[in-house]
Write a protein that binds this ligand. Structure first.
Ligand code: ATP
Length: 480
């Protein structure tokens, strides 16, 4: 049973130290959230799982970490300055400002693909304000979503020479480093470059907790292949690999579905995009409205490497990019040909993955006393804490000492905590609610037989284990 809605997770996340509303002492900041002690661990575990899977376990992917602020020309030639915008409308009744293409009635009935005139629909009263339901909306206009900033002390706000952007995607940092990585690591196509890091988009309507924020984290990978590779098939292959990865993180397949993005909605660089959607809104009666994008897999052709290169010319023989000082083409030794590699890009969000994982892990169970308990059935690899060491009596120094010693001995190899801030029932309930797979209880008997009780989060079953075997026992049970 996954969480019934996002609100359930918002409240659990705040209560248990996963995610807090940002800047709360000043009334919050709409779209910003801070990750607490358990949230930062969960995010790190998601990112590590991804990095291990792509960079360590495969032999054809390298990792990088590029700057957040890049030369402005990167965003000129990537096409973002001209086209990275969303349609925006205002409601004349309640004065809210919204992203038009997310409103009910914006697209013709069940069909996003046919050509249509959005302003005609807006003027015809077919589109509804998300806030008050009015159809008295303005025409749409486009708004560039890149955050602007100025570099250097002397710059005044509108100085074009000082204008810079916070990156709206991590991908461009990979493209401009393609040749650096390829030559330094002596890579041959096909190979990939992965990067995880913050991206920024001045979203018109952020919301739904960490699903859509203005500052977020992406895990992107650009997979470079030959121009004559089977690109569309490769998209399907990566879709399948990612669906399996999400399932490996504990997400149920029935809460994932694929969405083939219609031609008319493709980003300027894409020839094909398949989105993997997650059921973030199970409470909505219409099945169609339960889903939102978790990640996208796009075939970006050779658009980016070509755009950033110095050599390509237009029909009149003029350089398409007169600012670039390098050519990002690749020489293929076996065929003695030079080309711009084509790219398959799986782009996933850390925050949306974390939200999906939390929603899917959520469950409730009634105990013998008829009380409902929340159990977060996180996969052990993602659980912020792997084992909690609990003393049965906190006023007994020998038991406390033994429990603390066990915690210290386990910590080098797995994330363990010691907790004595309540009765054992309460301590178990607290660990269940934050997803700790195993609890280790030290009791009076332990002082005599050098054994402890290991309790399972999901079954609540208990097992007696010798302290000398404990580390190995826990490691084994934490294996996926
Ligand atoms: P959407 O249509 O939801 O705005 P997108 O198609 O523009 O998303 P991409 O450019 O494909 O998103 O970015 C790749 C991934 O980055 C998304 O699938 C999502 O997981 C994440 N992402 C994008 N924008 C946001 C955001 N504002 N907040 C949180 N995550 C985001």
């Amino acid at each position: 049973m996954p969480a019934p809605n996002i609100e359930t997770i918002v409240s659990l996340a705040k209560r248990r130290g996963f995610v807090f509303p940002s800047s709360e002492v000043y009334g919050g900041l709409g779209s910003a959230w801070d990750y607490g002690p358990l949230g930062v661990e969960l995010c790190n575990n998601v990112k590590q799982s991804w990095w291990r899977w792509l960079v360590y376990e495969r032999d054809d992917i390298e990792g990088i970490d590029s700057s957040i602020i890049l030369n402005r020309l990167v965003w000129k030639y990537s096409g973002h300055e001209a086209t990275f915008h969303d349609p925006l409308v205002d409601c004349r009744e309640c004065k809210s400002r919204m992203r038009a293409d997310k409103l009910e009635g914006y697209f013709p009935e069940g069909d996003h693909s046919s050509g249509f005139d959005a302003n005609e629909r807006l003027r015809g009263g077919l589109v509804k304000c998300a806030n008050c339901g009015s159809t008295n909306l303005t025409d749409e206009r486009y708004f560039n979503m890149m955050f602007r900033t100025t570099l250097g002390a002397a710059a005044d706000e509108d100085d074009p020479a000082a204008l810079a952007y916070l990156r709206p995607e991590t991908a461009q940092g990979i493209f401009i480093n393609f040749l650096n990585v390829q030559t330094a690591m002596r890579r041959k196509v096909p190979f990939g470059i992965a990067q995880v890091g913050k991206s920024f988009r001045n979203e018109i309507t952020p919301g739904n907790f960490i699903l859509r924020t203005r500052e977020f984290e992406q895990m992107e990978m650009e997979y470079f292949v030959k121009p004559d590779a089977e690109h569309l098939k490769l998209v399907d292959e990566w879709v399948e690999l990612y669906v399996d990865w999400f399932k490996g993180l504990g997400i149920d397949g029935s809460n994932l579905k694929l969405h083939e993005v219609p031609q008319e909605e493709l980003a300027h660089y894409s020839k094909r995009t398949v989105d993997i959607m997650y059921r973030y809104f199970p409470e909505r009666p219409e099945e169609e409205r339960q889903w939102e994008e978790l990640m996208g897999i796009a075939y970006r052709t050779d658009f980016d490497l070509r755009s950033h290169s110095s050599k390509p010319v237009d029909e009149e023989g003029n350089r398409v990019n007169p600012d670039s000082t390098d050519d990002l083409s690749y020489f293929d030794e076996p065929t003695k040909t030079r080309f711009y590699p084509h790219v398959i890009e799986p782009a996933a969000g850390v925050n949306r993955t974390v939200l999906a994982v939390l929603m899917d892990a959520y469950s409730e169970r009634t105990n013998d006393k008829g009380e409902t308990r929340v159990i977060l059935k996180l996969s052990p690899q993602l659980a912020p804490i792997k084992a909690a060491i609990l003393p049965l009596a906190k006023n007994k120094p020998e038991i406390v000492g033994m429990a603390k010693a066990i915690k210290r001995s386990l910590q080098p190899t797995l994330r363990a905590v010691y907790d004595d801030t309540g009765g054992i029932g309460k301590l178990y309930a607290r660990q269940d609610e934050i997803g700790t797979p195993l609890c280790v209880t030290v009791d009076h008997q332990s002082l005599e037989d050098e054994a402890v009780t290991v309790r399972d989060r999901d079954t609540w079953e208990q097992e007696r284990v010798k302290v000398s075997d404990l580390a190995e026992h826990l490691q084994r049970r934490l294996q996926p």
